[in-house]
Ligand binder design. Structure first.
Ligand SMILES: [Zn+2]
Length: 435
């Protein structure tokens, strides 16, 4: 049974004029009623308004226009597990969350370790015509951690980064070589930091809930030891290193230290690592099972401090859809991961902006400017730019309802939560999405 797509509008236009609202661009002053014109997918100079066939979009005062959000970390499950997600549904779910561009992880079946699969995915993304799809290639053949992929072949096919996500690049020598190649090919290496020898057998954070329930734990050092190793390798190789879904205080401390030494490293966290703790796992509801696991209160506070001082650069979703058959099972058997696109903006707005950890501008930078910088792009909503614009209404509260989820899967612990601030419209070149 495939879930129905909730109601939304997707309007194709040739010319669009956006009236009202406030334009927010990291590093610039907020502009009231900026008056943005789009012609065939690009932002242009004002043109005569009396010309026919111009679509006019009027915004409220509480609506902000931002450079389109980009998500560096998502699982779209195609090929191999389209009952959990597809490129078409996944990229639509992304748009509903305000993401104009999405990077998909290569841990599919088969894994994206060759050029033909990269081209297939790019093509599927074009066909879906929702959020723009950017592909991350596998770092090792079959993601087996034994032999490197042909970086040249994947680069030619169009990947924007390499990762074995879901699994770490555990072999020191391979990681060393990858970082050298990342420099040569100008491709970031995104590592899922987890020392498997330390996490093996664990099913929950190694902390007070694990002890209370008598379950084997995954220690924080399983993450932070590999964070440290990667930083040591990065210092030597001067590659392009990005660390995925940082979840622990120790990792934040190590990355902060590295940045102070001038070592070039970037990292991301996800909304669940700054909103949820191991306490939420107390009833063993598999919707709270993620990898790395939800950590202690102290870790969560450290993640937020890392965002405040810029140690953590980026907020990604780690959108990880799973069909019920993988989630409505006992905790120890359930797959780790939760869907993330559609709640990300609102969760961060409430937890980080309303609680005064980040200014709205710095928060938006974590969703737009900083992730684009990693893949060598920029976007300012200025003349000549591709029209990728996210519009959100800060005055709108909404209930995250299961029947309004665009993803093919519904594995979110946030269902029925009242959320603050909502993505209302998204412009992707010549398409206007209204939610
Ligand atoms: Zn991962």
């Amino acid at each position: 049974l495939v879930r129905k797509v909730p109601h939304y509008q997707k309007i194709r236009f040739q010319k669009l004029f956006i009236k009202g609202g406030r334009l927010i661009i990291p590093g610039c002053k907020i502009t009231l009623n900026p008056g943005i014109y789009i012609d065939r997918g690009r932002i242009v100079k004002p043109f005569a308004l009396n010309c026919s066939q111009i679509l006019i979009l009027e915004l409220k005062d509480s609506e902000y226009l931002s450079p389109g959000f980009i998500d560096l970390h998502a699982h779209l499950r195609e090929p191999g597990n389209s009952e959990s997600e597809t490129i078409a549904r996944g990229t639509l779910s992304a748009v509903a969350g305000g993401f104009c561009e999405v990077l998909c992880m290569p841990n599919t079946y088969p894994p994206v370790d060759r050029g033909s699969l990269v081209r297939y995915l790019i093509n599927q993304g074009k066909k879906a015509d929702n959020a723009k799809l950017l592909v991350i290639g596998a770092a090792t053949k079959n993601r087996a951690g034994k032999e490197l992929v042909s970086v040249e072949e994947l680069r030619k096919a169009g990947v924007v980064a390499l990762s074995d996500d879901g699994l770490p690049i555990g072999n020191d020598k391979l990681m060393y070589e990858l970082l050298l190649l990342s420099r040569e090919f100008n491709l970031p290496i995104i590592n899922h930091c987890e020392v498997l020898a330390l996490s093996k057998g664990g099913v929950i954070n190694d902390g007070k809930i694990a002890r209370k329930l008598g379950l084997p734990g995954i220690p924080d050092i399983a993450e932070s030891i590999m964070v440290l190793r990667d930083i040591v390798l990065q210092e030597r190789t001067q590659g392009i290193l990005h660390l995925a879904h940082i979840s622990t205080e120790k990792s934040v401390k190590i990355i902060r230290w590295a940045k102070k030494q001038g070592i070039r490293v970037s990292c991301e966290t996800t909304p669940h690592y700054f909103t949820l703790t191991e306490e939420h796992c107390r009833h063993l509801d598999p919707y709270y099972k993620v990898s790395p696991p939800l950590r202690s209160k102290r870790d969560v506070e450290a993640i937020k401090e890392g965002l405040v001082d810029g140690t953590i650069d980026i907020i990604a979703t780690d959108h990880a859809p799973w069909h019920m058959r993988y989630k409505k099972v006992p905790w120890i058997k359930a797959r780790p991961g939760i869907i993330g696109f559609e709640t990300a903006f609102s969760l961060g707005y409430e937890e980080l902006v309303l609680k005064k950890y980040l200014s709205l501008e710095n928060y938006i930078a974590c969703l737009t400017q900083k992730p684009r910088k990693l893949i060598g792009r920029s976007l300012l909503v200025k003349e000549g730019d591709l029209a990728l614009i996210t519009i959100f209404d800060l005055a709108q509260n909404w209930l995250y309802r299961e029947d309004r989820i665009f993803s093919r899967s519904v594995n979110s612990p946030f269902i029925n939560k009242e959320l603050k601030g909502k993505v209302t419209k998204v412009i992707i070149e010549n398409k206007l999405f209204i939610f």
